[in-house]
Design a protein. Sequence first.
Length: 333
Amino acid sequence: MNKLISVVIPVCNEEKGIKKFLDERLFKALSELKSYDFEIILVNDGSKDKTLEIIRAYAEKDKNIKVVSLIRNFGKEMALSAGLRYATGDAVLTIDSDGQQPPERIRDFLQAWEDGAEVVTGVRDHYTKHGLIPRLGSKLFYRLLRFMGNKTTVPGSTDFRLMDRVVVDEFNELTEHNRITRGLVDWLGYEKVDIYYTYGERMAGRPSYNFKKLWSLAIDSFVSMSTTPLVIFGYIGIFITIGSFLLGTFCIVNQYLLGDPLGLYWNGAVQMTIFITFLVGLVLISQAITALYISHIHAETQNRPLFIVSKKKSINISTPVKPNGNIKTERKN
Ligand code: UDP
Ligand code: MG
């Protein structure tokens, strides 16, 4: 029997291009892959145009095409998460519906999966089609992400991705609300292969990711993946406190014990400034400490699994004595 591959496609206001994408690109590419069965899951993310009607018409003709319709726009990350929950395939591929991610390359993703990869990530191989600001922004984003301790996300990684069933099952168990699919999949840490592809032009319509959305995506990525920003402010606080403490001590010794031999004539205003700077340092430190407590609470509420055991690679183990939300093995495989 052929392996079943689920193709999850988030769609939001794509009435102009979706037909063309499905008929001329996706279906054509899939029809060449004879040794697999495909299930296509179109997730309508609260489209305001005719998108839903169009994709429902496809689903009515072919039962391998499924439409999951969200009641309003929840954003692409949520649309992807929704699609993943309905996917039943042995592997799940996610792809945009605007033709910028080439379905013609799905063949390579499947090959990498057959060769043993559990996650195959599509990475954009160039940024030339972008304006200068998005290009710099994206460079900066990945640099910061790396700086903040996320060493696994390759610059240019996209949501054109294939995941093995075991990865999808684990992903579906994650409960956090602020989710960046890329970051979470990387966090799971399965065996990864990157495939470079050329990011095309949109087939029709406009991208819905504007600067504001991208900015909040970037902030979410940082906040949900690391505590480095807090720690940096803590260090600045320590630096200021020690600095102003030394300066204050120097001021007291110079002025009041030695009678200002250096002739600095530091008056009350200067002394006050040093004292206030000292206090600012203390406030920064205590804020960072509070923030660290919050980040621990945050980690608890995210309720990620403590660890994930690979059934494929472990040996002679049975189901753990008392699996609960936190301690578990992969359910399948
Ligand atoms: N999309 C979605 N919900 C949204 C925005 C976008 O499901 O709120 C879908 C959209 O239909 C497309 C994919 O996500 O299939 C990528 O969107 P877009 O092309 O706007 O983003 P970009 O190419 O800039 O990443
Ligand atoms: Mg796009």
